[in-house]
Design a protein around this ligand. Structure first.
Ligand SMILES: NC(=O)c1ccc[n+]([C@@H]2O[C@H](COP(=O)([O-])OP(=O)(O)OC[C@H]3O[C@@H](n4cnc5c(N)ncnc54)[C@H](OP(=O)(O)O)[C@@H]3O)[C@@H](O)[C@H]2O)c1
Length: 250
């Protein structure tokens, strides 16, 4: 006879999800809550959407808070962590999800474009992670959202975005080595084309992206969130790159 377990893997844990008002971040916040975690989400413009995520988490019986914190601002990237700890009492899981795209031929990208993308996608992740690692105890989990474009680029126009996401691979591997002795893990999830406002499955470049995957389709935010949350509960995986990309890298 098989027995079904309903044990929640993250019961009593507290998580911070950057960019948790919609898309992959919102799906991750909800899945973390379903596994028993309290959740703080950051946003920049989407106050209403972030508050909706908070209500959905609370409906699952967990505590939640929405924090306005621009990952591109060095002070806000770090202070999101202290605000989350103040609200939730502790921090066990950090999901570095906030990220922006900037596609186009190199000639079309200004120095300001380069600065903004690196500020949000790289510097913000570094500063939030550093602040989180400082307050995490043994068992802390850091999961960063990279991109399939850190592993394989199938067409032109991705220089800046791919560069920013590839930087997070180096960060993740070095973090695993730096935090391993404290029992804290760091991993990176590479989503393939995922149907969100950033990259709608009916957008102008969608058909080519779907065709570049082995499965021939976009993923959903929930499919990416499933792996992020798995890593948030995994004790013996660190420094790993996990593709949730429908075979984009195959
Ligand atoms: N969708 C894809 O195909 C795909 C593929 C590979 C990787 N990714 C990566 O997955 C992550 C999530 O992407 P998504 O598709 O879910 O994006 P999305 O639908 O555009 O959602 C982005 C989220 O991040 C927040 N955000 C944006 N800029 C921010 C900033 N400066 N500081 C804090 N929060 C910020 C947004 O909040 P507001 O609503 O307040 O703006 C929103 O909650 C990103 O890192 C992206 O690069 C996505």
């Amino acid at each position: 006879m098989t027995t079904q377990t309903t044990e929640k893997t993250l019961l009593g844990r507290a998580a911070l999800v950057t960019g948790g008002s919609r898309g992959i971040g919102a799906a991750t916040a909800l899945r973390l809550a379903r596994e028993g975690a309290d959740v703080a989400v950051t946003y920049v413009n989407g106050k209403e959407a972030a508050e909706e995520v908070v209500r959905a988490v609370e409906a699952l019986g967990r505590r939640a808070v929405a924090l306005r914190a621009d990952a591109g601002d060095p002070d806000e990237a770090a202070s999101a962590v202290s605000a989350a700890v103040r609200e939730l009492g502790r921090l066990d899981v950090l999901v570095n999800n906030a990220g922006i795209g900037a596609l186009g031929p190199m000639e079309s990208l200004s120095p300001a474009d380069v600065d903004r993308v690196l500020a949000v996608n790289v510097r913000g992740v570094f500063l939030t992670t550093r602040a989180a690692a400082a307050v995490m105890s043994r068992g802390g989990r850091i999961v960063t959202v990279g991109s399939c474009m850190a592993q394989r680029v199938t067409g032109p126009g991705g220089t800046l975005y791919a560069m920013s996401k590839a930087a997070l691979v180096g960060l993740t591997k070095a973090l695993a080595r730096e935090l391993g002795e404290r029992g804290i893990t760091a991993n990176i999830v590479h989503p393939g084309p995922t149907d969100t406002e950033l990259n709608p499955a009916d957008g102008p470049y969608a058909a080519g992206q779907a065709a570049a995957t082995a499965l021939g389709r976009f993923g959903t935010s929930e499919e990416v969130a499933e792996t992020i949350v798995h890593l948030a509960g995994a004790a013996y995986v660190t420094g790993a790159e996990v593709a949730v990309d429908g075979g984009h890298a195959a």
